[in-house]
Ligand binder design. Sequence first.
Ligand SMILES: *[C@@H]1O[C@H](CO)[C@@H](O)[C@H](O)[C@H]1NC(C)=O
Ligand SMILES: *[C@@H]1O[C@H](CO)[C@@H](O)[C@H](O)[C@H]1NC(C)=O
Ligand SMILES: *[C@@H]1O[C@H](CO)[C@@H](O)[C@H](O)[C@H]1NC(C)=O
Ligand SMILES: *[C@@H]1O[C@H](CO)[C@@H](O)[C@H](O)[C@H]1NC(C)=O
Length: 746
Amino acid sequence: MSSLHYQTKMASQHFLSSICLLLLITLNSFPLEAFADKPSTKLYIVYLGERRHEDPDLVTASHHDLLSSLLGSMEEAMNSIVYSYRHGFSGFAAMLTESLADQIAELPEVISVKPSRSVPIHTTRSWEFLGLNYNQHQPTGLLRQSNFGDGVIIGFVDTGIWPESRSFDDHGYGPVPSRWKGICQTGELFSIHSCNRKIIGARWYAGGIDPSLLAGEYKSPRDSQGHGTHTASTAAGSFVSNVSFHGLGSGTARGGAPRARLAIYKACWVGVGCLDATVLKAIDDAIHDGVDILSLSLGGQLNPYYASIHAAAKGIPVVFAGGNDGPVPQTIANDLPWVITVAASSIDRSFPTALTFGDNQASGQSLFYGSKHDGSIELMDGGSCSAESINCTNVAGKIVLCDDGEPPARAVAADGYLQDVAKRLNEAKAAGVIVARPPLGLLSTCQVLCVNVDRGRRAIILAYVASSSSPVVRVSPASNILGSEVMAPRVAAFSSRGPSVLFPELIKPDITAPGATILAAVRDSYEFLSGTSMACPHVSGVAALLKAVHPHWSPAAIKSALVTTARTTTANGFPIEANGGVRKLADPFDFGGGQIDPNRASDPGLIYDVDPKDYFKYFHCSDDALGSCDLVDHHLYHLNLPSISIPDLKTCVTVFRTVTNVGDTNSTYMAVVKSPSGVKVTVEPSLLQFNCTQKVHTFMVEFTSLQMVQGGFTFGSLTWVDGGKHSVRIPLAVRVIVQDEFSDTS
Ligand SMILES: *[C@@H]1O[C@H](CO)[C@@H](O)[C@H](O)[C@H]1NC(C)=O
Ligand SMILES: *[C@@H]1O[C@H](CO)[C@@H](O)[C@H](O)[C@H]1NC(C)=O
Ligand SMILES: *[C@@H]1O[C@H](CO)[C@@H](O)[C@H](O)[C@H]1NC(C)=O
Ligand SMILES: *[C@@H]1O[C@H](CO)[C@@H](O)[C@H](O)[C@H]1NC(C)=O
């Protein structure tokens, strides 16, 4: 089992922070051998490939037949099957002994049998920042064209929903779309009335999970955790005015597509994570129910491979969080060609917190709102604030300056350090902590008052502590700063980075969206959370708006529109940076095409479309077991995606791309190329003319290495410009390889 991590760093109230820490711990030790039957059985996913029957009941019957032929009884077969997958691919989840799993794997019709693993689940301001300025009565741009996403159905596979949140009020909504085939599955504290014209469907999945692991959870679609409510309200919450977190971030909360409808699939549980078996079933049901968009703020490489390709083939854009393991390279998760993989970035809001010590002032960042710590408080240097050092020091009532030395490689670990220290200090009755650390683009509340300061400030504060006989500090409540003063967006330090380990011939992530310190609904209130989990529903919401305006666009077209119109500069025209150990200019492995720009995405000019058949062709070539590979050259960079990554350029590689005109009928585009350094890129033809008969053009992009030097990736772009409003940009990434066996990682 792979190690588990949670796709969200909680930056909210104490109970949530501690739940999050709890999850980090319990997820790692969760035994998947859930039921201790004899002989011991485990949950397996059996994958049978494409469906052989149109009728879903026949698909399920074939699963029962297959298993009963081995078990000798239909009853036993039906008892061991936990879920039958029948709307996307054909397959099932079943409790099997290892030897039975081996036998099944030998059957000719079976493609694979894998243990079901568990993976972690990966407002008010972010939408204005993205240019979706709403005025409930006079919307403009994409919001107006889409009528706030009215009628589009977004499916969420997450921890459920808190139906009473004001964000899911259905006041003023029309009837549930008649094409909807989903259900409102009831359960603990979730009645048929918990669904309404906003939450039009809800289901929950606990199959294959030992019930003892679900103690304290609602056995229903109700969200005890908060994550699912936060993501759903971010993508599609109704308008709720006067929302804040204790006065911070105050304003009107609403989702990106505030009139879209929600379909809730609770497949993730506190302490358990999201099981392959439950996530696959959720996606299978969502395909059947008729969702228009699938939003998955959950992590890891999982079997949804199988499910997500079928969803995409059925015209459902699948939006995935890219993971929170940044800024370490090659950590990007959910990096499949047919999904939209989302990175997280900051917005133009910050929470400066003034610190006054002696005659000095310093500014930090915090979500400190209280009045509990008025006035000056004794300040001390706590060094690394290890358990031992805090244990031997009297910290009661004091504010302690802490520093974890070398910052850990993963940004979430740095936040984990702060949470640990805060917990320790809380137990020792300290008043608070000032932590010096590199910018993470992530603010949390802690069990004590906690303020982040830049590492450079630490020396100044230390000098004051050393020079004063009774050092004190006064912490002022955080203020909100909004707008162009705040350099934004920046890719968040925690956001997972490419290149993709599985598919270096893809540029992943595809796109970035706000995901740092996002205010949205949790239970009956509103809280700040950070993570690619929060960025993902921003893209889902925009995808819903695009779907409302362009109902016939394929998932590939929607992805193309988002990527080719994304911004690579901030509002003041500076290149977007990426936070990390060192701050640097963001490259495509940090943010794909860049930061989403919803209004531009609705009129992209050209799109790079993909026939779903091509996904299957490459999918079949990715693993011998999956079917016969009938592509001569199955390098993934030949797939018609809105990006090109050549990870192994020796002398010359030629790829083709096809663009479809979705702008003015008569238009002419010219290629503008920024070659990655060390590489010559030529585009042929470099002029594309579209008219009423010529709506599609194929062109060639040739990459030639200019020097025989083994290097890392270098980056560039290809932009088609029509001289007017359209500029259709795709990112390029190239790595020159001199010898196959030569490693760049020494
Ligand atoms: C907003 O909420 C606060 C407290 O939550 C309340 O004091 C204030 O009156 C409210 N303002 C409006 C305009 O409703
Ligand atoms: C803290 O000190 C107490 C006694 O003063 C001791 O029992 C305990 O083990 C110490 N804990 C740590 C983490 O050092
Ligand atoms: C496109 O150009 C053709 C020929 O120049 C012209 O007849 C036609 O009206 C134009 N169509 C549009 C929509 O402008
Ligand atoms: C449309 O454009 C193509 C070239 O892209 C050209 O060969 C063709 O003549 C044009 N047709 C019209 C009606 O202008």
